[in-house]
Design a protein around this ligand. Structure first.
Ligand code: NAP
Length: 286
């Protein structure tokens, strides 16, 4: 494998974590309260538990306090609403993260909207997403932010490039499309109803795939020398972690590509840590 083609999210995320750690050391030196994140989990979804564990470890490594609260699958919307409202009022909590998905009897949008904007670390509230659309970037959702930071680190030229994004979720595809439009790229967004997907993917200078289906992007679907960002997290036939891109067969053809694991995933966590620190400073200055 040509390692020079790898966009190393793990390495870039470590650089960001080192910066966050240094800032927290300064906070400790001043004997100030440490930044803190509260994560809310409902039920015991295995994938959610793993994501939360990873976020908690990352926080603790850099010196951020992380409280993970778990509630039963049967919790009512009203109880959850009250819990979040209490956290909104608690001045020792800088950041609140509700781990998705929530059980079907709970309206996720309504719950997310309950989070105070000044504590919305995921950036999923309409106000933050609306600001993002208008080009105001105080806080960005973790995965789109992580991807932009990766592109920036590798000095990947954006203006005038044709970016094709597959996936239009509110947490990845849509915010990313807005960020990339504002970065003067030409953006095409594809989804499950797109006809002849490969006619679009083949045009991409930068192809970003956020679908959640193992290896749906094959070598014939990518342009020679394209840059590929693989957001997907899946298990292959051997239960091994893999992305949405057929990595082994695509890599000879492309200029650069993110691996799974070790690409976008660690950047999402690093972006989360930066966001917690940002909210901490905001809350302490308001
Ligand atoms: P999502 O909400 O399920 O959205 C998936 C998108 O893919 C939808 O827009 C869907 O189209 C589209 N799609 C589904 N099948 C398709 C097909 N055959 N051809 C073209 N488009 C298709 O997922 P998400 O939350 O955005 O996450 C996507 C993937 O990224 C998942 O594997 C998730 O685990 C991963 N992820 C990773 C990170 C990370 O940090 N690494 C963070 C977030 C998500 P419709 O809109 O028409 O249904």
């Amino acid at each position: 494998m040509d390692k020079t083609k790898i966009i190393d999210g793990k390495m870039v995320s470590e650089l960001i974590k080192t910066k966050v750690t240094a800032e927290i050391i300064e906070i400790k030196k001043k004997n100030y309260r440490l930044p803190s994140l509260t994560i809310i989990q409902v039920g015991d979804n295995k994938a959610s538990s793993t994501y939360i564990k990873n976020k908690k470890i990352a926080c603790e490594k850099v010196g951020i306090i992380c409280n993970a609260l778990t509630y039963p699958q049967t919790i009512s919307e009203t109880t959850l609403f009250n819990i979040i409202n209490k956290l909104n009022q608690d001045s020792s909590v800088d950041a609140i993260l509700v781990q998705l998905p929530l059980p079907s009897h709970i309206n996720s949008e309504k719950i997310i909207n309950t989070i105070a904007i000044k504590k919305d670390v995921d950036g999923f509230t309409p106000q933050i997403l609306g600001r993002l659309m208008l080009g105001h970037y105080q806080l960005l959702p973790g995965t789109p932010k992580g991807i932009m930071l990766l592109l920036e680190h590798y000095q990947i030229k954006l203006p005038g490039q044709h970016v094709v994004i597959i996936g239009r979720s509110n947490i990845v595809g849509k915010p990313l499309a807005n960020l990339l439009i504002n970065a003067s790229t030409t953006v095409t967004v594809c989804h499950s109803q797109t006809k002849d997907l490969s006619s679009f993917t083949k045009q991409a200078d930068i192809l970003i795939v956020a679908v959640g289906k193992p290896k749906i992007i094959t070598p014939e679907m990518v342009k020679e020398n394209a840059i590929i960002i693989d957001v997907g997290v899946n298990r292959d036939e051997n239960n091994k972690l893999c992305g949405d891109v057929d990595f082994e067969n695509v890599i000879p053809k492309v200029k650069m590509i993110t691996p799974v694991p070790g690409g976008v995933g660690p950047m999402t966590i690093a972006a989360l840590l930066e966001n917690i620190l940002y909210l901490y400073y905001q809350n302490n200055n308001s």
